[in-house]
Design a protein around this ligand. Sequence first.
Ligand code: NAP
Length: 256
Amino acid sequence: MNEYDLTGKIALVTGSSRGIGRSIAIKLGRMGARVAVNYNRGETEAKDLVGQIPHSMAFKADVADRNQVNRMAEEIHSKMGKVDIIVNNAGYWELMDFASYREEAMDRMFAVNVKGVINTVLAFLDDLKGSGVVVNIASNAGIGTAAPNTTLYSLTKAAVIMLTKRLAFDLREHHIRINAVAPGWVETDMTIGHRSSTEIADLEQYFRNRTTLNTIGQPDDIASVAAFLVSGESRYINGQVIVADGGRIDNRTHGI
Ligand code: NAP
């Protein structure tokens, strides 16, 4: 039996119009899942992706908005069916040093990164009961790095990590397996979009110097971990966080 075979399963990947989510959607599609591609603003990108993944469909919802997520759940149920797998990938950051704290930015990060997970799991809770699998895309920031200007973002990802552990516990009677991936620096619009090539080169040198593998992550590096965590190969893992960051050394809990 191939534990990576997802034939017959329906997988929702939030925020999969671009970046890491897009790679995860492609990977799960290759594993045989029918994929519900969630997007917020990137309708064109989401529709383009659906053209590349057989039996997939695109669904618009801002995961921060509970009503929109509930409406998306109704739509997915009527057009595709019951969801077996959720990858909570949709995420957002605004870089700022602590002294430049902006409450609206903090609220938006919390709403998308944390409430987004809560809204989505709640909307599909009945589907997941029995054998559902959830993977949350957290961040190594949520464990504690020294990456500049990510302090406030890191709080939201620490919350995602705690939510992963607590939901695995709280939902244990329903046999829902919930784990997280904590990526390090990965090349996407979030990290390198809207930056000059000089800025990108400097930033990437900064992160290479702080990574034992001396390399920068690509979306597929994270999709591989998500694929493992949704597959039967990880059947004995629950409430855990797998860090995929090239072996970062600027960990705040272990010294720089
Ligand atoms: P990205 O390139 O900026 O893509 C973000 C994706 O999330 C887009 O598809 C976007 O969709 C979607 N999204 C954003 N807000 C949303 C909302 N409110 N509702 C629904 N979808 C929403 O980011 P990424 O780098 O791929 O990041 C993906 C996840 O990995 C995030 O949770 C991020 O925090 C986490 N992460 C990234 C890195 C990294 O280095 N890149 C490191 C650690 C963790 P639309 O364009 O359609 O709005």
